[in-house]
Ligand binder design. Structure first.
Ligand code: HPA
Ligand code: ZN
Length: 336
């Protein structure tokens, strides 16, 4: 119990949380009803919020999860829907002792259903402003591109005037790469990331979640990301492991996600000890808290139960998260 309080009190930074992944089943059903969205009738998982939640406990892979994730977010229509969703997450984050939250969203998944980019960003950014003023949590919004869709669609969205405006005015300050990983290697998106880099945006990519360490290598070499999301395949490549350690690049590890999506068997199989021994900087994150059964603090507790880390090790992990954040230097100073 005292260790729980210690973990809660640490000034944690969350770097890997998809806002659409904070959509809890009972809210999903409420929004479906409010917005007249018909949920799939041929899948008994959608019989009730309870049956949906129990289906989430039986995911078989990343793609099995993504199927439910994209259906789930189809109930989000108005700017208030997006604001309420993000606000629900920020309340949880605040209760968990999260001091700084860098959050992802998936614009392509909304624009294809005729929900405009501005609707999504207006709602999310309103919640971010509220989190800053009412909860004292600093926030950063990162737009992720979906690697299972044609590359040209990501380039077209990136060039869209509404999207460019959100980058220019600083509402959205980075890009990421997510969705189905296998067979969609980072190097497919080299042109997108080169453009974003030229504009001074922060760059990250999911890599080495289900796919091998070679995906981490090309995210770094070809996309020139400054962060790797997941990256649990890294220890399988000793050379890359020492290269990433030397670079001080941050890995955003999501232990409960890795177990629920069957990337590993148990939390003890997440390579926490190997990353610590190699000197790799990493943070502990929730990924999609409504789908994977835990928020930021739950992930910290699960790691502690599996690895029995020392106070010094925890302080080092949280410090790495602060140093690897994309917030202003002044804010880092406050958190350190
Ligand atoms: N991996 C890839 N895409 C995602 C994830 C993830 O863990 N969560 C939401 N979209
Ligand atoms: Zn993710």
């Amino acid at each position: 119990p005292t260790f729980h309080a210690f973990l809660r009190a640490l000034p944690k930074c969350e770097h890997h949380m998809h806002l659409e992944g904070a959509l809890r089943p009972h809210i999903l059903f409420q929004l479906a009803s409010k917005n007249n969205i018909t949920l799939p009738q041929d899948d008994e998982a959608f019989a009730s919020p309870e049956s949906l939640l129990s289906r989430y406990q039986r995911f078989t892979s990343l793609d099995d999860f993504l199927h439910y994730y994209y259906i789930g977010m189809s109930v989000l229509i108005t700017a208030s829907d997006f604001e309420d969703l993000a606000w629900d997450y920020f309340l949880h984050a605040s209760a968990d002792g999260v001091a700084h939250a860098e959050v992802f969203f998936d614009p392509q998944a909304h624009v294809v259903r005729a929900v405009t980019y501005s609707t999504v960003v207006d709602g999310f950014s309103r919640a971010c402003k509220r989190a800053e003023s009412e909860l004292g949590i600093t926030t950063i919004l990162t737009s992720c591109f979906l690697r299972h869709l044609p590359v040209q669609e990501s380039l077209d969205l990136f060039d869209d005037e509404e999207v460019q405006k959100s980058y220019r005015d600083g509402t959205v300050t980075g890009i990421g790469l997510d969705s189905s990983e296998m067979d969609f290697p980072p190097e497919l998106f080299v042109e997108l990331f080169a453009k974003a880099r030229k504009q001074g945006l922060n760059l990250t990519a999911h890599a080495g979640e289900e796919a091998p360490a070679s995906y981490i290598a090309t995210a770094v070499s070809d996309l020139r990301v400054t962060r790797i999301d997941h990256g649990i395949a890294l220890p399988s490549s000793p050379d890359l492991l020492s290269q990433i350690a030397a670079s001080k690049m941050l890995l955003t590890v999501c232990p409960l996600s890795n177990v629920v999506l069957r990337c590993v068997d148990t939390i003890a199989d997440v390579p926490i000890r190997k990353l610590l021994d190699a000197g790799v900087q990493f943070s502990i994150n929730s990924d999609d808290p409504a789908y994977f059964g835990g928020h930021c603090l739950d992930n910290h507790v699960a790691v502690h139960e599996a690895f029995d880390l020392s106070v010094d090790e925890w302080v080092g992990i949280v410090r790495a998260g602060i140093e690897g954040s994309w917030c202003a230097t002044e804010r880092k100073g406050e958190l350190l």
